[in-house]
Ligand binder design. Structure first.
Ligand SMILES: Cc1cc2nc3c(=O)[nH]c(=O)nc-3n(C[C@H](O)[C@H](O)[C@H](O)COP(=O)(O)O)c2cc1C
Length: 195
């Protein structure tokens, strides 16, 4: 079984934590898994992977990080041949209301528009509010938005708003997708040297 690749980008580190957690789940499910940053993944031969997760976060506007978008555009032809999943980490995904769900749908469609890729699966996970790691301006700006939106405003600590059970469930779903795709298209490819 070829491994699953997770190509991601992160501004404050939370998407990296989600990517590493997905990789741990894939390994427990019997898949190899490799995590890389989108700016450093160009040397990988993508068709040696069973499936690819593309993960990024939102920082104002509706676009994930430009390095992730550029990676997908550069490798569009290969990605179109492999089961892919888009994972977006953002504040909107932690809010249980229609306007937030609409925002998440906008992030998905913006990704498809930016890259021309329609991933097989799309999901979004709530974020972390790392108040203690923000600089002063960012801390105040995020607190202001959080107050208006009903999100946590205590800046003396960080707030983890990710549903980690949903991350585990998503790993199971996508692992099932790649298993299914491998059964229907069982071409041999040599194993990948991971580290
Ligand atoms: C300056 C700033 C702007 C943000 N803008 C949005 C936004 O427009 N929509 C949203 O849903 N989340 C927004 N967020 C929340 C981030 O997506 C969230 O903090 C995420 O966990 C960041 O992941 P990262 O640590 O991997 O970069 C914003 C966060 C910051 C700090």
């Amino acid at each position: 079984m070829r491994p699953i690749l997770i190509v991601h980008e992160s501004t404050h580190g939370h998407t990296t934590k989600v990517a590493e957690t997905l990789a741990d789940h894939f390994r427990k499910l019997g898949h190899g898994a490799h995590v890389d940053h989108s700016g450093e993944a160009d040397g990988l031969v993508l068709d040696r992977f069973q499936g690819i997760v593309l993960a990024g976060s939102i920082h104002g506007g509706a676009h994930v990080q430009p390095t992730l978008i550029e990676f997908v555009k550069r490798h569009h032809a290969e990605l179109a041949q492999i089961p892919t999943a888009l994972v977006i980490v953002c504040m909107a995904a932690a809010r249980d209301r229609d306007s937030a769900r609409e925002a998440v749908e906008r992030y998905f469609s913006t990704f498809a528009h930016d890259t021309g890729l329609e991933p097989m699966r799309k999901t979004a996970f709530g974020d972390e509010l790392p108040y203690t790691r923000y600089g002063l301006i960012e801390r105040l700006a995020v607190q202001l938005v959080s107050r208006a939106q009903g999100d946590p405003t205590d800046t003396t600590r960080d707030h983890d708003l990710t549903d980690w059970n949903a991350v585990a469930a998503f790993a199971r779903t996508f692992a099932g997708d790649v298993d299914q795709a491998a059964r229907s298209r069982p071409t041999y490819r040599p194993p990948v040297p991971l580290e």
